[in-house]
Design a protein around this ligand. Structure first.
Ligand code: AMP
Length: 411
């Protein structure tokens, strides 16, 4: 018989492992709501050209990591790609539905799967999940601060054990051209020692040299953008740093021209080589680049799998409130009705649906961690009662179904 395995770079979440993911998702929803962000859901695939524009032709993602396929239409030259991130799709949706014309300042959050054709390794998948926010319509650096506080609140409340916020500024159209020239001149001399990717990036987009993971040592010898930003960029950087306590990371950049000023990243030493939990920054020219109004925005994207990996271990799933037990097979269907009545009253519970001995049922009740056993014998059925056993204390007493609901429900 052929056995099938999940595709490389993907994984399954079985119920025990799902508990931590559910906890993170609940924390995200709660924090997003408290900061006044509304949910947005966009398709998992878009026209490839949206990502070419929105993510950038010179990025690794667009150059080599997208899953791209035909539209299915005969004459369509267009192709579709699975989303490698969500910002482009979210901006497309806000522009397409004229949201920014009706509401000058919009705050949205998302949570969902993304796809990148990367070489899988620990903490790096081909289907993974991101949550994030986009705050669009304001150039005020306090908005940058707010997105960072949202991210840090989530990490703290989810129980992430150790993390560090790194900040930088990539300048603005006023000061960046000068910086780019300075960087070019300094990097030129290093080119013979640099990797092939760097030599290509030097021609196409010199800022991206600073992203290179192979040539980190050489990057430390290059001037960082903060040494060259204009006074307004510096003022904004200092404000963001004051409110967030982030550490300056001189080589942190986003190589594309629509990114301006604030860039940030959160890493965790608990993670190993793939140590980035989240990345974000300001994009004052992206909305315009995608055909929308001239408004600035800021946002971050965090990797769900990595956040879960760095969360403190917690008990898997909440235990059941009760486990139903029938004394003989003829009582199974009556017990089934009682179990469902208790579930209908908001209690969580289960029972054996296969016919099993009382001993085997008890063993499973113990294994489930249920706080109470609800036991039905022939005599109890006749009198419309059950035996309620407190599993921790071993007490047992006879109660009506309504009493059982009250006692089990009172924690
Ligand atoms: P990026 O859009 O590349 O800045 O990614 C944002 C976050 O998504 C990163 O900080 C990671 O936590 C996570 N991430 C990116 N790529 C992967 C991947 N291939 N597998 C798992 N998580 C990833």
């Amino acid at each position: 018989m052929t056995r099938y395995a999940a595709p490389r770079g993907t994984y399954d979440l079985l119920p025990e492992q799902a508990a931590a993911h559910q906890r993170l998702e609940a924390v995200c929803r709660s924090v997003f709501a408290r900061f006044g962000y509304g949910e947005i859901r966009v398709p998992v695939f878009e026209y490839t050209r949206l990502f070419n524009r929105g993510v950038g032709e010179t990025t690794d993602i667009v150059e080599k990591q997208m899953f791209t396929f035909g539209t299915g239409g005969d004459e369509e030259k267009d192709t579709l790609s699975l989303r490698p991130e969500l910002t482009a799709g979210v901006m497309r949706a806000l522009i397409e539905h004229n949201v920014l014309a009706q509401k000058p300042f919009v705050k949205v959050w998302y949570y969902g799967p993304v796809f990148r054709k990367e070489r899988p390794q620990k903490g790096r998948f081909r289907q993974f999940h991101q949550f994030g926010v986009e705050a669009v319509g304001s150039n005020d650096p306090l908005v940058d601060v707010e997105t960072i506080l949202v991210l840090l609140s989530i990490l703290r409340e989810a129980g992430v054990q150790e993390f560090q916020l790194k900040l930088n500024s990539v300048g603005c159209p006023e000061c960046r051209p000068r910086y780019r020239e300075t960087l070019r001149a300094a990097a030129q001399a290093q080119l013979p020692q640099r990797c092939e990717d760097c030599r290509r990036r030097f021609e196409r987009n010199v800022l991206r040299l600073l992203d290179c993971k192979t040539d980190r040592e050489l990057n430390r010898q290059l001037p960082g953008p903060m040494e060259h930003v204009c006074p307004e960029c510096r003022r904004q950087f200092e404000l963001v740093q004051k409110h967030t306590g982030g550490v300056l990371e001189p080589t942190l950049v986003r190589g594309l021209d629509y990114y301006t000023r604030t860039v940030y990243e959160v890493t965790s030493s608990t993670l190993g080589a793939q140590d980035a939990l989240a990345g974000g920054g300001r994009y004052d020219h992206l909305v315009e680049e995608l055909g929308g109004p001239k408004v600035g925005g800021v946002g971050f994207a965090a990797g769900v799998e990595r956040v879960v990996m760095s969360m403190k271990e917690v008990n898997a799933g909440a235990p059941l409130d009760f486990f139903g037990i029938y004394i003989d097979e003829t009582l199974k269907s009556d017990l089934f009705d009682i179990v469902n009545r208790l579930r209908g009253a908001g209690l969580s519970g289960d029972m054996e649906l296969e016919t099993r001995s009382v001993k085997a049922q008890m063993r499973n009740a113990n294994r489930s961690g249920a706080r109470f056993a609800v036991i039905l014998g022939g005599e109890e059925r006749q009198r419309g009662v059950v035996k309620l056993k407190d599993m921790a204390r071993g007490h047992e007493r006879e109660v009506t179904i309504d009493e059982a609901i009250r006692i089990v429900g009172a924690r």
